[in-house]
Each structure stands twice: as structure tokens, then as C-alpha cells.
Design a protein around this ligand. Structure first.
Ligand code: BES
Ligand code: MN
Ligand code: ZN
Length: 480
């Protein structure tokens, strides 16, 4: 159940009450009875941070403490919000009230955000889905530090996060390339985004050799989805183009992924496409004054009868040739065509997002997106800043030309793999050859999908990158 967040100016009746305080709060003003105040005071002395008061509705007092920096404080609040869900859902509470009596302005916002994001479930295929569904439906917050506008943005972001995660969690037998294009079209339609879907015939006509080569082993046709949001009051003269990897399933193709479990979660390989869909959906829904275009090339990658074979030379959309030496490096093949296609828009900036390499995951673990960039350092800094604000952090990797030498081919313009070392960077170098505009590459492999619960990011699909790009675009929108 996706909870809706509402801002309240006076107390409302809820099934659960969370009262945020800090050591300086005046407990007489927090809506507590005398006995409750005594309980809270005793608990504070014992350094108890979460105080559960007796009686229905669930009433909890949370002792907050600001951390060394705001980013850390906010993230801890989100995590706390998520951890409060357990008792809320256990006692089947539908409405939760959060009253902020602490000195941390806006604390209820982050608690609510963590709660709402953490309440996500993907259970529609279970026979007892309704019984298993979390009870929480709405979060009512009273916090003088939060505006109505912020809450509208938060609700739209939560909605998008649920939709992106639904798409990523959907397995390939329920969501192939055409299904993804259909879902994105639907999302676009809801918010007035223009959607064009190229079918296989059109993709052949266009000569998108990268996308077609990956699709060769597949029975299902590829798709290429274009979403365009162009409000009359756009602040950017040139569009911002978003490109998302839409590999709806990655077996590795003929360079088959080893069994064990490396293939088990490869339904998540379209997370980039789903997330970019979520970004443009949210921007349009909130009517942000930004001209944004999203491109999502999509196919599955399989070892079918006509599958592209290591050694193949493929002519890409922009005419360059690629010696394909590992069919498991398929993401860059389909992204390359979309990046070349982006040129016609004369973009201000192109950002691509892809579950691209295990190397990015190995380099940074579960805690950061690997990024590369040809945009100016000011733009990079703003992106990193946005990442810290929403706690979807990024680490910069260089696009030095020495890494580019690793993908030189004897017989074609380049090869699609660069060896065992720094695989995320050689992948980035490959993509760079298809760009001639300011460009940022986000490698989200490893963060798009978790096998165990990661606090409010949940288990399985995380929609990582969604909140990052929304925050980044929000800043861009407020610039000039
Ligand atoms: N989809 C995978 C990357 C991936 C790994 C996504 C883990 C999510 C979690 C990608 O297509 C891939 O197979 N990359 C290869 C590239 C290699 C063959 C150069 C990899 O990283 O091993
Ligand atoms: Mn692959
Ligand atoms: Zn892949």
C-alpha cells in the first residue's frame, strides 16, 4: 500500500501517533498526559530513544539527536521512519500522525519519507496478497518546517518510486520489451507526456544495429520508446535527455552467465529505463518548467538460434562498427544507439542510467553509484550535491584516454569489452564514443536490486537514481 502524506495544521485522529522530541523539548506541550511525561522522562534518563507508551492508538515518542551533518541526520530519520513501520503494520494501523516537537526543523518530512518508501511491497502474485498487505495508508504530519509544496513533491516522488519498483520487480515473462514500452506509454499518457514507440520494423529502418544485434537471439521484438515533456514555460532552451538501459532480461546471450545465481535477478536489467520513465513522469506530474526527453531502448538478451556471436562486427546507428567479443556486454550496445540518437536534440545535457557492470558494484559496494562525466565540473558538483541530499550518493570515475585504448579493435572501430580491469570505466569509454555533448553516465548495477532488505530502499527493486535525478532537476529548474 502506497501511503499518502498530508500536512496538518491541527491535531487529527490517527491509529498511531509518533511524537518527535529532543532533549530540549518542552514535554508539557507535546500532547502527553502527566503519567506519560514521567515515563518519557525516565526513559530519556536511561538513554532510551524510542519510547512506546501504553494504550491504543499506538503512541511512540522518539528522541531525536542531530548528527554531525544534515545529510546524516536526514538519512537517519528516513531509516527511523522505516523501522517504525514494523509496529504500525503489526497493529494494522492505517493512519499515522507525526508531530514534530523537536528542534530539528522538518524532521517529520524525512521520517514520513522513510515510512512511505519502506512500506512498498511486491506481492500481487500471492494468493493471500490482501491479507499480507501492509495496513498503513496515510501519514499526517504536523511540522512547521514543512511546506505544502514539499509534500506534493514528496507524494509524487513516492508514487513514482512505487511504479518504478513495480516495473523492475516484474519478471520478463510478465514484462517483455513491448510490455515495458506499453507501461511507459501508459505512464506518459497519465501526465501528458508525448510518447512514441518504435517497433522492430522502424528500428530496422532506422539502422539501430546495436539494439538489433542484442535482440537477434530473442523471439520477442525490441522497442525504442521516446518520451517527451515540453512545457511552454521551460527554463532550458535545449532539452535535457535521459537515456535508460531497458534490457528486460539478461542471460548474457551466447556468452551465457554462469548458473549459480548470477542470472537469477537479471529481470532488473531494465531498471535504468524504468527509472528514467519515473523521472519524466514525476517532472510532468509536478508540471516542472523543464524540457525533458527520455529514450528507452529495450530488448531481452538471449542465446537464441540467431543470437549475435562473439566475433560479430556490428554497424551501429551512427555508422561506427563494433567488434562484439562478449554478448554479456550488451547494455552498451543498446545504449550506444540511444546516445547517438540523442544528438539530433542538440541537448543541454544527456544523462544515461544503466545496470551496466559488475565492476561498478565491486568498486563501490552497495553504497554508491559509479559515474563518469564529460559535463562541466559545476554540473558534476551539483549532481553529487543532489546525491548527498537524497542519500543516493555518487563517486566519480575518470574517462582518461588510456582506458579508451583498452577497447581498440584490430578489425573494427572498437570492441565491446576492455578486459578484466576497471570494467565500469571501459564501458563508460565505449559509450563516450557515441556522444558529442555534455554527458553523464550513471552505472547503477548492484544498487538497482537488493537480495535482502536495505532499510527504506526495501528488498529487491530500489528505484535508485530516481530521487537523485529529481533532486538534480529540481535544482536545475530553480537556477534561472
Ligand atoms: N546486466 C549486467 C550487469 C549487472 C551486474 C547488473 C549485476 C546488475 C547486477 C551487464 O549486462 C553485464 O553482464 N555486464 C558484464 C560486462 C562484462 C561482460 C564486460 C559484467 O559486468 O560482468
Ligand atoms: Mn550482460
Ligand atoms: Zn545487462
Amino acid at each position: 500500500m502506497k501511503p499518502t502524506i498530508q500536512l496538518e495544521t491541527k491535531p487529527v485522529k490517527t491509529d498511531a501517533i509518533i511524537i518527535l522530541i529532543d532533549k530540549k523539548s518542552n514535554l508539557n506541550k507535546c500532547g502527553l498526559t502527566k503519567t506519560e511525561i514521567t515515563t518519557v522522562q525516565q526513559a530519556i534518563k536511561k538513554d532510551i530513544k524510542l519510547i512506546t507508551l501504553n494504550g491504543v492508538p499506538v503512541k511512540q515518542v522518539l528522541l531525536l539527536e542531530a548528527k554531525q551533518d544534515q545529510m546524516r541526520t536526514n538519512e537517519d530519520l528516513r531509516k527511523t521512519g522505516n523501522s517504525l513501520l514494523a509496529s504500525i503494520n503489526k497493529y494494522k494501523c492505517k493512519k499515522v500522525g507525526i508531530a514534530n516537537h523537536s528542534g530539528i526543523s522538518g524532521a517529520a518530512y524525512f521520517i514520513a519519507e522513510g515510512m512511505a518508501l519502506g512500506n512498498y511491497q511486491f506481492i500481487q502474485y500471492k494468493k493471500d496478497a490482501t491479507k499480507k498487505e501492509n495496513s498503513l495508508q496515510s501519514v499526517r504530519i504536523a511540522d512547521a518546517g514543512i511546506s505544502k509544496h514539499q509534500i506534493a513533491e514528496l507524494n509524487a516522488t513516492i508514487e513514482a518510486s512505487y511504479r518504478v519498483r513495480d516495473l523492475v520487480n516484474e519478471p520478463v515473462n510478465h514484462l517483455n520489451a513491448e510490455g515495458l514500452a506499453e507501461a511507459l506509454s501508459q505512464m506518459g499518457k497519465e501526465v501528458g507526456v508525448k510518447v512514441t514507440v518504435f517497433n522492430k520494423k522502424k528500428i530496422i529502418e532506422m539502422g539501430m544495429g546495436g539494439l538489433l544485434s542484442v535482440n537477434q537471439g530473442s523471439i520477442d521484438p525490441p522497442t525504442f520508446t521516446i518520451m517527451e515533456y515540453k512545457p511552454a514555460n521551460a527554463k532550458n532552451q535545449k532539452p535535457i535527455v535521459l537515456v535508460g538501459k531497458g534490457v528486460v532480461y539478461d542471460t548474457g546471450g551466447l556468452s551465457l552467465k554462469p548458473t549459480g545465481n548470477s542470472m537469477d535477478y537479471m529481470k532488473c536489467d531494465m531498471a535504468g529505463a524504468a527509472t528514467m520513465g519515473g523521472v519524466i513522469y514525476t517532472a510532468a506530474k509536478l508540471q516542472w518548467p523543464l524540457h525533458i526527453i527520455a529514450l528507452m531502448p529495450a530488448t531481452d538478451n538471449r542465446p537464441g538460434g540467431n543470437a549475435f556471436a562473439p566475433g560479430d562486427i556490428i554497424k551501429m546507428y551512427n555508422g561506427l562498427t563494433v567488434e562484439m567479443l562478449n554478448s554479456d556486454a550488451e547494455g552498451r550496445m543498446i545504449l550506444a544507439d540511444a546516445l547517438s540518437y540523442s544528438k539530433q536534440y542538440d541537448p543541454e545535457l544527456v544523462i544515461d542510467m544503466a545496470t551496466l557492470t559488475g565492476a561498478a558494484h565491486r568498486a563501490l559496494g552497495n553504497f554508491a553509484i559509479a559515474y563518469m562525466s564529460t559535463a562541466d565540473s559545476d554540473t558534476n558538483k551539483k549532481l553529487e550535491q543532489a546525491g548527498e541530499e537524497v542519500f543516493e550518493r555518487l563517486v566519480y570515475f575518470p574517462l582518461w584516454e588510456e582506458y579508451g585504448e583498452l577497447i581498440e579493435s584490430d578489425i573494427a572501430d572498437m570492441k565491446n569489452v576492455g578486459g578484466a580491469l576497471a570494467g565500469h570505466i571501459t564501458a563508460g569509454k565505449f559509450l563516450q564514443r557515441f556522444t558529442d555533448y555534455p554527458w553523464i553516465h550513471l552505472d547503477i548495477a548492484g544498487l538497482a536490486f537488493f537480495h535482502s532488505t536495505m532499510s527504506y530502499r526495501g528488498k529487491n527493486a530500489t528505484a535508485i537514481g530516481l530521487r537523485l535525478l529529481l533532486q538534480f532537476l529540481k535544482h536545475r529548474m530553480n537556477e534561472q
